[in-house]
Design a protein around this ligand. Structure first.
Ligand SMILES: *Cc1c(COP(=O)(O)O)cnc(C)c1O
Length: 368
């Protein structure tokens, strides 16, 4: 009898599919001899704080030791930054891991999870991995004035059932770039029962300059069911190190700690994140640059007749109004890599990360 590993997999895993990275970037770098404009992954091209690089270099000889399983020094620094107790913080190997862990700990096949149609892809993956019932709520329409394809918070609140354990929101959202303001979030949280966690993914929050739109962290004291996730991958430019964290009620963190892998955050990530956190000037430089380039590139694309959707992130979603695969291929052949959106059901859009000015100029040249 032949060996069938899939048949041995548990019923939940059997239904899952492996992550599709889209492009094989290492192979493409070889093919283009490194001469690529990589505008597909929302990385901060200004790079990390020099202090983070120095801190890593200094701790390299210690990598024979296991990392601090509590990431205690970093946790203290974050507790001071956010004015919360250390017990309200949990770290992940990227915030991706924390989004998955939340579903693993709080959802199961008897429960449901609510998220937005064009919400971050990991929300649906985390739901499926937990075997929970996904409740995918129709996004705002593409011609919405302030948040095209964005979260419909009224519909999301209305979709929460007695068996719903998690609502995932991203603010701002990837891939749409859209956001909601403090008043909208307040209203939403007041409507969700305490039997349901509200996870606000703030991966791009540092880039926000829209008035009245601040971090949900300020509401943690009022809503014990609120969870805020943050990452060092975007504004801190440490995506390759894989480190993110969440802020939540101590009880929520206590549950997550039961399943968190003890050494999930490596030693280099811990020292680099701590040093990056201390270099406020570098963070401000990255954020100011990002906001400036965002406005500039949006203007350049609009001037060429493209419909650029509003963004508070380090990427722009461009709505072509028709199939985008031809444009993607055109750019690809010129060494400009953007993120195809068909997998999100937005096959008429492309998502373009803010690259260096010369990468953006290469994009614009390839478009003309
Ligand atoms: C990039 C991104 C993250 C960050 O993921 P990490 O695992 O921390 O690198 C989280 N949420 C959203 C919406 C993102 O776009």
């Amino acid at each position: 009898m032949s060996f069938d590993a899939t048949a041995l997999a548990n019923p939940i895993t059997r239904l899952l599919r492996a992550y599709d990275p889209g492009h094989d970037l290492p192979a493409l770098r070889l093919r283009f001899g490194g001469d690529l404009a990589e505008l597909g992954s929302n990385e901060a091209v200004l790079g990390p704080s020099p202090r983070a690089l120095k801190a890593m270099a200094e701790s390299l000889p210690d990598v024979f030791r296991y990392p601090d399983p509590q990431a205690g020094t970093l946790k203290h620094a974050l507790a001071a930054k956010w004015q919360v107790d250390c017990a309200a913080i949990a770290f992940g190997n990227g915030s991706h891991e924390l989004l998955m862990l939340l579903a693993q700990c709080f959802a199961d096949p008897g429960t449901s999870v609510v998220f937005s149609q064009f919400g971050f892809a990991v929300f649906a993956i985390a739901t499926a991995a937990a075997g929970a019932t996904p409740i995918c709520v129709t996004s705002l329409p593409g011609d919405h004035a302030s948040a095209p394809y964005g979260h419909d918070l009224d519909a999301l609140a209305a979709a929460v059932r007695a068996d719903t354990r998690i609502v995932y929101l991203a603010n701002p959202n990837n891939p749409t770039g859209t956001w909601f303001d403090d008043a909208e979030l307040d209203r939403f949280l007041a409507r969700v029962p305490k039997t349901c966690l509200v996870v606000v993914d703030e991966a791009y929050q540092e880039f926000v300059d829209a008035p009245g739109t601040s971090s949900a962290v300020r509401l943690l004291g009022r809503y014990p069911n609120l969870v805020v996730t943050r990452t060092f991958s975007k504004a801190y430019a440490l995506a390759g190190l894989r480190i993110g964290y969440l802020l939540a009620d101590e009880g929520v963190v206590g549950v997550l700690e039961r399943l968190r892998e003890s050494f999930n955050v490596n030693a280099l990530a811990q020292v680099a994140a701590l040093a990056a956190l201390g270099d406020v000037a570098h963070l401000q430089k990255v954020c100011a640059w990002t906001r400036h380039e965002r406005g500039w590139l949006a203007g350049e694309l609009s001037a060429r007749g493209y419909r650029v959707l509003p963004s508070q992130t380090n990427f722009l979603l461009v709505d072509l109004g028709g199939d985008a695969s031809g444009l993607e291929k055109h750019l690809f052949e010129r060494g400009v890599i953007v993120r195809p959106m068909a997998g999100y059901g937005l096959g008429h859009c492309v998502r373009i990360s803010l690259g260096t000015r010369s990468e953006s100029e290469r994009l614009l040249a390839a478009l003309s």
